[in-house]
Every structure is written in C-alpha cells, then in structure tokens.
Design a protein around this ligand. Sequence first.
Ligand SMILES: [Zn+2]
Length: 708
Amino acid sequence: MTTRRQFMVSVPAAAATFALADNFVFEAAPARAQQIDPLKGHFHPKGKAPSKFTIEVLEKAKATLPLADTRDFEEQKKGFIAPMQDLKIMADAGHVAWDMERFQFLDAKDDFDSIHPSLHRISRLNNNYGLYEVIPGIYQVRGLDLSDISFVRGKTGWIVFDPLVSAEVVRAAWKLFQDHVGEGLPVSAVIHSHTHGDHWGGVRGLVDEADVRSGKIPIIAPVDFMEFTVSENVYAGNAMNRRLFYQYGLLLPAAPHGYVGQGLGQAVSAGATGLIAPTRYVEKDIEEFEVDGVKMVFQNTPNTEAPREMNTYIPEMKALWMAENVTATLHNIYTLRGAQIRDPLGWSKYIGEALYRFGLEAEVMFASHHWPRWGNDRVQEVLRGQRDLYAHMNNQVLHLANQGVTINEIHNVYEVPKSLQDKWFCRGYHGSPQHNARGVIQRYLGFWDCNPATLIPLSPRDSAPLYVEMMGGADKIMVRGRELHDEGKYLLASEIVDRLVQAEPDNEAAKDLLADIFEQLGYQQENPGLRNSFLAAAYELRSGIPQGETASSSSPDIIRAMSTELFLNFLGIRMDSRKAEGMRFTINLITPDTGEKFLVELENATLTNISGFLADKPDLTLTINRSDLEQTMTGAKTLDAQIAEGNAKVEGDASILKQLASIMVDFDPRFEIMPGTKAKTEVTGYVESGIKGKADPYEAIPRQTIAE
Ligand SMILES: [Zn+2]
C-alpha cells in the first residue's frame, strides 16, 4: 500500500530517492537548472569544485592525522572468509534495497580534493562487504547495511546479534553465512542489543514469528525495549524524518562531491522492516543466563547510545560484545536528525564498568558497527580511549561552561585532547566534537546563552530585512558575500548571505551564492553528518525540495509497538489547536482485549488523556479492541468502518468523533528548511490531503525506523 504521506517517510530508500531526485527535481524546476558551466564530474549543474582554501584545509587536516597507525585496515580485513558477490540486493517490492556499486569510487583514488581525508579513510574501511570470522564460533557479515549482523555458535544453532534494518539484506547475509560456515544449522536465538531500527528491523528475514511465539526461538532484548523502540521517534517524527535529509544526505548521490558514506556504515538499507516483540527481557543491571547453551553475561546500559541498550560478555569465548556503545568512532551525544541529548558521563561510566568487569580478560571485542578488536591490550586500549572520550567531553565542556563559555561559543573553544585525537576510534565519524559539545551544554543548561538579546529573538525572516537594509541592500551584500567567499572566509560569508536569503527567499543569485558557500564548508568536514547537512542545504537551495512520492509500505509492526497512550498523546500533537477553540468534550476509551481504559478530554483547545480513569458522565464512550484499533491506526480500516461493522461500539454523542477528526492534521515531510526552496510544481499523482481525499484522521502516521 502506498499512501500519500509515505513520500519522504520511507526515504532511506537510497535508490528510490535518487531516482526521485533524477526524475523530479530538475524537471520540476527547469528555471533553476540553468546549465552554466557545469563542473565536470559533479552531479549538479551548479556544483563547484573545492576551492584552493578548501584544498588547503584538507591538506592541513591530513598533516595532523595519525596516518602511521594502520591497524584499523588490518583489523577490518582480518578473518575475511568470502565477499558478498552481488553489489546490489533487491527489495521484494522491486526496487534496490542495497547498492554497494555506488561506493566503489571511494577505492579508485587515494585522495579526493572534495572529501576530508579522514572521512575518506572511514568510508574506505566501510567498503568491506562480506563474511568474516571474528573467532572460531563467531562470525559477522559486514557492509550489507548501516550495521553489522553477528552470528554466535550455540549448542543447537546460531545466536544472532542485531539483524540489520530490513529483511532482504538479512536474508542475503544469512545465505552468504550459510554458504560458507553456517553448517545448515538454524537460528536458535536473536538478541537485539538496543532500540534503534538498524538493530532489529530485519528480524523477519530471519525468523518466523510463530517460532518466536511458540518459544522455539527466543528474542532477547534490554528491559523496556518495546516502549522505547517506537517512542523516541513518534512525537517529533515528521520533523526528524525531514532532518534525516540533512544528516543522512538522502537526496545526495554517492559521489566525490556528494554523499560519501555515513561513518557508522555506508548507508541504510531500503527493504521491508519489521519488528517482533522480544520474549525475554534483561531486567537487572547485570544478568547472567544461557542462550542456546552458551553462558552470556548481559550488562544493561540505559540512556547511553540509545534509551535502552545492553552489552554482552561470553566468558567461555572471552568475547565482549559492546553493542553500539563502543565502535570505531566518537558517537552522537546530540544527533542532528534530532533526539534528546544523551548522557556522556553515564555512557563513559558504563564503558568503564565493562572494562573492569569483562575487559581485563576479554581477548576479542566486537560490535554492531565497524570491525572487531583482537588481543586484550587492544581491547583495553579501545575501551579506555572511548571511556575517556565521553567523560572528557562531558567534563571539559562543563568546565568551560562554568567559566562562562556559552552554547554559541563552545564548539569554537572545546577540543578533544591530542592523545585522543590521535586514536582513530575517537574521531568524529558520527558525532562531531563541535555539535556534541553544544549538545552537552544543551543537556545541562539548555538553548539559552543568557544574553537577553537571544532570549526571545525575532524569527530569522522577520529580523533579516533590517539587516539587509542596514548592510546597504542586496547588491552590497552580494558583493561582500562573494568577496568573503573568494577569500575562503565561508563562515563569515554565510552570516551575511544567509540574512539576505532569509529576507529575499526568491533571490536566486543569493541562494546560489549561499549554496556555493555551504558546498565548500561541506567539503571541509570530517564528520559525515556535518558534510551532508551543508551539501543537502546547497542541493535544496539550487534545486528546491523534490516533490513526489515513493512507493513504499509502512510496517504494521511499528504501529503494534505503539502503546495506546502514545497513540493518544500523538493525536494531541496532530490536532491543530487553533481550530479546537470552543470545543469541549469527554470521551471514555475502553480496549477490552488489553484491559485498558482512558479518559480523553478536549478542553481549552488541548487534547489530554489519562490512563486508568473513566469519566462518570462522558459525552461519548468508545469501546474497541486494541487489535481492531490497530487496523485504524495503520490506515487499513477507518474508524467509521469499525463502527459500521460492529468492531467498535459507540455510546453517546457520536458526532464528537467527527469534530475531533476535523481538526486533525496530516504532517507533510516536505516543509522548507532553507527559505525559497519549496518547488513550485506539484508532481501529478501526489495525493495530498485535501486535494485527492484525506486518509483516516485516526491513522497513526507510522514512521520509518530511524537507524543510528
Ligand atoms: Zn546502529
């Protein structure tokens, strides 16, 4: 089923997206796609080569990198058994789910003048693509998704750690594994290390839900896994999905001037995602039990890289699984797609605990991204470095904040200590020191720098016209902006040209200049999220936001994982309260099959609910099984149809449901970020609400799983 809002919602569909970009962007905005001296080899007609200043920045950066340390390349290759032959993996829906072909250019040259050498390095490391032995009895298939899938030999079969994002790539990984070392043995257990989608989304490619329900195949996860799997991405989900276009550069083709990987892995696969509820939760801080005859010690690490996450130690193999808590990068304290700020001090302490609990004897350490580390010295070196990286960031940022450095300055002041900069696994391939440092201040002190001028500032578009006027008008800004650009002072140039674009969203010359400025800043970044964000903004300034939809279906599994309370909370967010002024009613919602009851009230233009309560005199009582309600939440059956078929029972004033439906809004993930980038041409076939009919207002708007 394809619905109107699945346009960008599903977009980590790299191939589908690029096809979309090709088909729509330039055709939809022909006026903008002027063929002015296109740079050879650049994917965009307005694209520019790196300037001499950018090349200088990259050369200087290269001189500071610990290039003599080549252990990552040795470790990445170690244990290689077989390559994955097919560079493309097809989705069941017919599109390409995974495409490694587009990253082959990374190995063609030792240097690209448009890619930071350190970023190029991690992207080459992430070009590993195939089956690897970690130690006898532990294997990984790497490079088939953003994450790795790991197989540990149990008594009767294979214990699987973290089955990727989508079913198709998991099936391909399983086949590759079975072709060489799987011995034809079945999956005997699945472990989800944490709540992010790249660690569970492909589970249905591996196991049949009936086998999980019957107890044949346990699925093990940290406590509260289901609650946190969905909740992190619902309330601000539409905004997060839009922001993924920046952090993950979803519209950028893989190319030297475009997308070059995501640091954690090359990209996110685009097949079918699913979720099966775990059957065993690890509840205590430390819990030890056998999984298919293998003794495992689980360490819960809540509120680290994910709201719920756990490390695992396998004593008889001296193998330490560090989930996503320790990979080959500085991870995100603040993630650019948007999320609550993580706790770097807690994260550091859990790594420290893993070091002293398991790391003193572990002989191999593996994780859900990147490659393993062998030998106790190396395991300890990486654990110690990562422990100190997060603690240093927490402590030194707060040290500076306590001396008056603000959120608007910290990224220019804070520095990772040299001893950690020299460790490749502390480089900013996912989190950057800059945006993480700002995140630490945000966590403890919030957004305000304490200068009243920034306390309740004008909106950028309201203040910009005065700036433009005071700077002497658009022409002067363009002259000075171009000078600064030509002098390589890109951040200064962006300060003034951004004001002009804010004031004059239709000023094509200004948008083009700002795009040129952003493009150079993008080329200069080591961190893929920063690079992608600059390049994505340049892309949208030049081409506008593509309009259209992709063919992708949403996963009912995700809706099933959404609690009724979460669904009701989200209805309160979807409701346009400006239209609810004057409305007042009370609804009792009862779901007999789950034994839940909710008191829902609309009052003061606000929709609230409280679980476990019912009103004495409700205006309406709605009784519906949760299993039927899910049909409505997924858009498979309208609430009206549920009532007509007798699945939902209504007592009282049924017109209330219509009132409520009339004030629900479908969020559109194509909102503008940079001014004047909304493409003017609507693509035919895009079914926008209000134009070609509206979907059921009680649909829950499923979100694509967000990988991390
Ligand atoms: Zn991950």
